[in-house]
Design a protein around this ligand. Structure first.
Ligand code: ATP
Length: 309
């Protein structure tokens, strides 16, 4: 969607290889001011590698990254917060030590906000990091990030290890920061959270972006035709090869066709086989994700089954 807003994080044609292995291939994305971009993907899809390349922690083989129109410069770090997937905290230091370090390093640090965040996440900042649970360590890292009031945030699985109450706090903090003008790029395996928080999303698999766009537009464009038959769902000629159909699933009496960009023809085609019921439903993000990466997973299962036979 072109909105004419400022692109705070812009990634163009990013590729990264580790030896012969392609971790990220030709990835482009743009995060506008006041926007939340969710990166979804299978394990090993290339999300963390993308973040590392964006932040200059790994060198891409090709591609260009810009922040607010500029290449990454040291002055930009004052405006940025990065919460990595694995803890970057010092085990022998306390939570207070980490907050003090953040205060001294970032002019934007807001001590009152930090105090409220510690209260919100309910961890003991007097404890050394090694005495904190995994979730409490994540809460400390998030407290440091949000206390800086950054306007560019890169969060790699920010809710990982947090209980549902604190996961909701993270969502609210992201939405609040974006409402205040921040651009947020984050990854998560929790599709429901991405659906709630993100206005834009990209689905990655094996280094490539399979689908990306405005979450509302994706949901409106992607539908599922669900038909129930009196007996087992029959094969329907031309359905699997229809260009609008991403994937067809048959399970007993139920047939589901995941379709994109207008599926009236598909519903009519299935209707000719006289199902007992026929519905056209909007897909949620999980349907879209599974339809995008599902065929590949199914092929892998088929190979495993053949090997086992
Ligand atoms: P997950 O959801 O499991 O955290 P991810 O989407 O973040 O996965 P990455 O960590 O970016 O995936 O990994 C992408 C690919 O690059 C994987 O195949 C991984 O094995 C490979 N890879 C990542 N880092 C390195 C490295 N330092 N050296 C070699 N290969 C790497």
């Amino acid at each position: 969607m072109t909105t004419g807003k400022t692109s705070m994080i812009s990634v163009q044609a990013l590729s990264k290889r580790y030896g012969p292995n392609v971790a990220v291939e030709d990835l482009s994305l743009s995060v506008e001011r006041g926007s939340i971009f969710g990166l979804l993907g299978t394990n090993g899809a290339g999300k963390t590698t993308t973040f590392k390349c964006v932040l200059g922690l790994a060198f891409p083989n090709s591609g260009e990254v810009r922040f607010d129109g500029e290449p990454l410069r040291p002055e930009l770090f004052e405006r940025m917060a990065y919460v990595p997937e694995t803890s970057a905290l010092y085990g022998w230091m306390t939570g207070y030590d980490h907050l003090e370090l953040t205060k001294r390093s970032f002019r934007r640090y807001d001590a009152e906000r930090a105090r409220k965040l510690v209260e919100l996440f309910a961890f003991d900042p007097k404890k050394r990091v090694k005495q904190l649970s995994k979730g409490q360590q994540s809460a400390l890292a998030l407290t440091m990030a949000f206390a800086m009031r950054p306007d560019i945030m890169v969060l790699d699985e920010p809710s990982s290890g947090l209980d549902p109450v604190h996961q909701r706090h993270v969502l609210d903090l992201m939405i609040d920061a974006a409402a205040g003008g921040a651009a947020i790029l984050f990854s998560s395996h929790q599709i429901g959270q991405v659906e709630r928080a993100a206005d834009h999303v990209a689905i990655m698999h094996k280094g490539r972006v399979l689908i990306s766009g405005d979450v509302e537009e994706l949901r409106a464009g992607e539908k599922v035709v669900e038909a129930t038959f009196d007996g087992d769902a029959p094969p329907i000629s031309g359905l699997d090869t229809d260009p609008h159909v991403r994937r067809v699933m048959r399970q007993g009496r139920v047939l589901r066709a995941y379709i994109r960009d207008g599926g009236n023809g598909v519903a009519n085609l299935i209707g000719q086989s006289k199902p007992a019921s026929l519905r056209v439903l909007n897909q949620n993000l999980e349907d879209i994700f599974l339809a995008a990466v599902g065929d590949d997973a199914r092929d892998t299962m088929a190979t495993l089954n053949q090997e086992g036979a």
